[in-house]
Design a protein around this ligand. Structure first.
Ligand SMILES: NC(=O)c1ccc[n+]([C@@H]2O[C@H](COP(=O)([O-])OP(=O)(O)OC[C@H]3O[C@@H](n4cnc5c(N)ncnc54)[C@H](OP(=O)(O)O)[C@@H]3O)[C@@H](O)[C@H]2O)c1
Length: 222
């Protein structure tokens, strides 16, 4: 698959490029074509000969891709969706975007009027684009280390079964993430809000590169 990582020069973009760069054609997107190409070269060097990673400006990256991942902070979501609307052509668009703030004591979920970042992306993107919300609780630093086995779950919200399955497959390719369906796209506020919760718990308890996994208790046999 050809995957565009919009704002892929940043932390989570690098993580996805490292994890998917061996099985897919990755296009790092940036506001600056030169920065995108420099990042792509740097990521490819880390991945070795098997890495298939190019760089381009965000609009060109989106236009040429089968799937787009929005790898920008929430503040820039409007720019990479409505601002680049003409570059989309009915692809799958994955949003790991979390709108949150820090009040000096803890992180808080700060949903936009649409209810969530994913629902805002839905309203700003062309109607034929398939929006899926996923990867909010996956730590970029852990993703970037390709030797690290991540025992975490990826919560997926969406309205199109095929797009959700493609997203789930992308999660499965990252050892050992487990994709879990969390509901329709309107439920994305619930998964997005797990990120500030996770960051608060990680900070207060000094847990590095934290993630979330759902456990299943088995009845004790006496
Ligand atoms: N970091 C994590 O562990 C993590 C985990 C789960 C989810 N997420 C979510 O993933 C998204 C990206 O997080 P991140 O930590 O990777 O972000 P980041 O490194 O801070 O930034 C990503 C990229 O955003 C682009 N950007 C900066 N200012 C911009 C502007 N004014 N307009 C357009 N693009 C701009 C930059 O790319 P260029 O300068 O090249 O254009 C930058 O490299 C966020 O929404 C976050 O909530 C992050």
């Amino acid at each position: 698959m050809k995957i565009a990582l919009v704002g892929g020069t940043g932390d989570i973009g690098m993580g996805f490029a490292m994890r998917w760069g061996q099985n897919h054609e990755i296009i790092i997107g940036s506001r600056s074509e030169q920065k995108a190409k420099e990042s792509a070269t740097a990521f490819k060097e880390q991945l070795g000969a098997a890495g298939n990673i190019q760089g381009n400006d965000n609009a060109s990256a989106i236009a040429s891709a089968d799937a787009v991942v929005l790898c920008v902070p929430y503040e820039h979501l409007a720019y990479v969706t409505s601002g680049l609307r003409g570059s989309y052509n009915s692809q799958l668009v994955i949003s790991p975007v979390v709108p949150m703030t820090y009040n000096g004591k803890f992180f808080q979920y700060q949903p936009p009027p649409d209810g969530s970042a994913a629902m805002q992306a839905r309203s700003l993107l062309p109607p034929d684009v398939k929006v899926v919300s996923a990867f909010h609780t996956i730590c970029a630093a852990a993703l970037q280390d390709i030797n690290r086995i991540m025992k975490a779950d990826v919560f997926i919200c969406g309205d199109d079964a095929q797009s959700m399955e493609i997203t789930a497959q992308l999660a499965r390719e990252i050892k050992s993430l487990r994709p879990l369906i969390a509901g329709p796209l309107t439920a994305s506020s619930l998964t997005e809000s797990l990120t500030p919760f996770l960051l608060n718990v990680a900070r207060k308890n000094k847990i590095k590169d934290a993630g979330i996994a759902v456990v299943s208790e088995r009845p004790t046999i006496k």
